[in-house]
Structures are given as C-alpha cells and as structure tokens.
Design a protein around this ligand. Structure first.
Ligand code: DGY
Length: 336
C-alpha cells in the first residue's frame, strides 16, 4: 500500500521521462514500462495493476472496456496519446463517468507525410528495389528495372477525409499536381473541397478511378473490411493502395492475394489486422512496403502527443477545467 496520498496514475506505455515527471507533479505515477519496453497487457494483468488508479495513460492498446471499468471503480480519466481510440469503449466510459481523451491535430502533418511517403515508396518500388540491391542481385541496367507508377499528375484517391486525409490531399494537389478524389460518409463543405481541389465520389468510383488510394478512415464495426476482395477487384491493375488507418479496415488476406496475383500493382501498409503480427501472405509478397505502425513517429510529434495526453489527465486530476481534447466532456458536468 502506498503512503502517497495523491491520486495514482497508471501509465501503461513507455513514455518520455519529462512527461512522466509532469504527471508526477500531480499524481503518484506507476509507470511499469518506464521509458523503455512496452508491456503486452493481458486484460487480467491490466485490471490488477489499474485497480485503485484514478487515471490511465494509454495509446492504441490496450483495450479499455466495461470489464476493466468494473474492476476500477475509482477511475476518473483514460487519456490516450493516439488519435484513434477504437481500443476504448467510449460509451462504457461515459456510462461509468470516466473521462476519455485522445490526441488529435498534433500528429496530422507528420502522419500525412508518412502516408505520402509510403504511397510513393509503393508506387516507385523503393523497398523491393532496395532488397534486390542489398541481396547483391544488381548486375545490369535495364530500361524496366523496377519501373513503377508515376505519382506526379496521377489521380489520388483518399478514403476517409478527416484531418489527416485532408493533409494528404493538400500534399497531392499542391505538391504533385494530382487530381484528388475522395470518399467520406459526410461531404466536405464546397469551399473546403475547392481549396483542396478535391472531388467527392462514391466509394466504388473512388476505387475504380484512383491511381493511388490512401486509406485514412477510423476503425469501427462499420469500417471493418471496408476494403476486401470485392473492393480490390474494382481497382486498376496499375493502382497502389496505402493503409495508414487501422488494421482491420483492409482485409489483409484478400489484399495479399490481389498483390500476389498482380490484380493491383503495389501496396504500402503501416497497420495490420492483429498487429504486431502480420499476415504471413503479406510477408511473402514482394510488392508491398511494410512498416510497424510508425506513421506518427517523429520525436517532436510523439512528444506533442504525450504532452497532450498529460495535459488532459492533469486537467481532470486537478479539476482545472475541461481537458482540451476530451471525447466525452459531459461526464465532468455530471460530476459537479
Ligand atoms: C494514432 O494516433 O491513432 C496512431 O495510429 C498512432 O497510434
């Protein structure tokens, strides 16, 4: 039993020392990962460690659900340093009076940079050709050696036109003279469409017309396998697909088959169903660039994400107003 009378905060992820110290000025910090290696929390281990905590700091994992909330009746805040919060059962948290925050905005440009880089790497076959070179197989020049697809002037398709989708569209339209098509459940205002040079189309039309499709939709039951075999069949054989959204939005097995059979040209994937495991069929195809969920990983951006999570948490613990990126601020009003 701790003698510290302050609220306890469980930090479930490795975190910057300075951010741990910021939280430590307001709470007793339990940081089992310190600044080092992540823990693969089982639900039981997490519930045991979180019992008695007033706050949790998380990222895209672990899962925060009704069972965990029931085990932690004193919990007041779950603050994520990720923008995507599909690991958090928001309605259950709201019902339990637990404030939830995520970390939007601060990662938008960094994530868009990475999405664009991944799309270009897939189009221009950068990983595939580097492996070839490193394997000592480069012996001759040939006019079609790793010839890929053009990006400049090609049609960019954005599936999911939130903040990151719009930042990708801007890069395509302004930097690469790309006509931009997008599909989103709700259309952007006409003025924003005009500013981005982006045209809304139906999902099937987007798939059929895009030279380079970039997927940026949040994961939910509605977006599970939003792109599967039927959707891939609509794409051009010369097209690329880039997924920086969440694993599960794309059917990875169907995508691997489409890549293997060259029904689409290439893909760039930063997120996977069941990650950190990667579907073995994806590992076996050469025409896919694979990265370990690092789209937001520049140090300044990761620091800003962590700081935002800490700012939200401290606002709840100190009772000093509405946390800046609260997802359910109504729970605070209920507590007054
Ligand atoms: C996010 O913030 O949602 C990114 O995917 C990093 O986890």
């Amino acid at each position: 039993m701790s003698a510290d009378p302050r609220p306890r905060v469980l930090v479930t992820i490795p975190l910057f020392a300075e951010v741990l110290a910021r939280i430590g000025a307001h709470a007793e910090v339990d940081a089992p990962c310190g600044t080092g290696l992540a823990i693969d929390w089982t639900p039981e281990a997490l519930a045991a460690r979180a019992r008695g905590a007033a706050g949790l700091v998380v990222a895209g994992t672990p899962r925060i659900d009704a069972a965990l909330l029931a085990a932690c009746p004193g919990l007041r805040a779950v603050c994520s340093m990720a923008v995507g919060y599909n690991n958090i059962d928001l309605p259950a948290c709201t019902a339990a009076g637990v404030l939830v925050s995520n970390a939007p905005d601060v990662l938008t440009e960094t994530t868009a940079d990475f999405g664009f880089a991944l799309m270009m790497a897939a189009a221009r076959r950068i990983s595939e050709s580097e492996h070839f070179l490193r394997a000592g197989r480069w012996t001759h020049w040939s006019y079609d050696l790793f010839a890929g697809a053009d990006v400049y002037g090609a049609t960019l398709g954005v599936l999911g036109m939130g903040r990151i989708g719009q930042a990708i569209a801007r890069r395509g339209a302004l930097g690469f003279a790309m006509p931009v098509l997008y599909h989103n459940r709700s259309r952007l205002d006409a003025a924003v469409e005009q500013q981005l040079g982006a045209q809304w189309v139906g999902k099937d039309e987007l798939l059929a017309r895009a030279d380079h499709l970039v997927i940026v939709v949040p994961y939910s039951a509605a977006s599970h396998h939003l792109v599967g075999a039927a959707e891939l069949a609509l794409m051009k054989p010369t097209a690329t697909l880039t997924n920086i959204a969440r694993g599960g939005v794309v059917d990875d097995a169907a995508l691997a088959a489409a890549l293997r059979e060259r029904r689409i040209a290439a893909a760039g994937l930063d997120v996977f169903e069941g990650e950190p495991a990667v579907h073995p069929d994806l590992l076996a195809v050469p025409n896919v660039v694979l990265t370990p969920h690092i789209a937001s990983a520049s140090l300044p951006t990761r620091r800003a994400m962590a700081d935002l999570a800490a700012t939200n948490l401290i606002a709840v613990l100190a009772g000093s107003g509405v946390p800046p990126t609260a997802l359910n601020p109504e729970v605070l009003a209920r507590r007054r």
